[in-house]
Design a binder for this molecule. Structure first.
Ligand SMILES: [Zn+2]
Ligand SMILES: [Zn+2]
Length: 131
């Protein structure tokens, strides 16, 4: 079983996730502003993530919200209410064994102070088949 654990910076929030897909990088304005650079996240079905501790949710658009640790404010989760999945920020994972990076989303909105040269697929927005 593909199972991963993770936690926030202070350890007040921990989680266990089953069936995480590969990691996507998102360069949209919203993710850049929330993470300080760009987002690295992977997702699985909501019911396959078990969270312990207090998570504070902040709406960032009509459908999207970010989950932070209520104590240390470390960003942990990204949620779109239209999707059956919940995304975990890769930096919060204890280990990324078995996960690889899959590609870049919203590169049209990326910062001009860095380049993407890892050879992974790049999409100007979010490809329809990759929800
Ligand atoms: Zn914390
Ligand atoms: Zn984004």
């Amino acid at each position: 079983m593909n199972q991963h654990t993770g936690q926030c910076q202070c350890g007040a929030v921990t989680y266990r996730a089953e069936g995480l897909r590969d990691i996507w990088f998102c360069h949209c304005r919203q993710c850049r502003s929330l993470t300080g650079h760009y987002m690295a996240a992977c997702r699985t079905e909501r019911e396959r993530i078990d969270v312990t501790g207090e998570v504070r949710w902040t709406a960032v658009s009509q459908r999207a919200s970010h989950g932070f640790c209520a104590s240390c404010s470390a960003p942990l989760f990204w949620s779109n209410s239209e999707l059956p999945t919940l995304s975990v920020l890769a930096g919060s994972l204890d280990s990324t064994t078995g996960l690889s990076a899959d590609g870049h989303l919203y590169v049209a909105e990326k910062g001009d102070y860095y380049s993407i040269d890892d050879g992974l697929p790049q999409f100007a927005g979010r490809p329809a088949e990759r929800l």
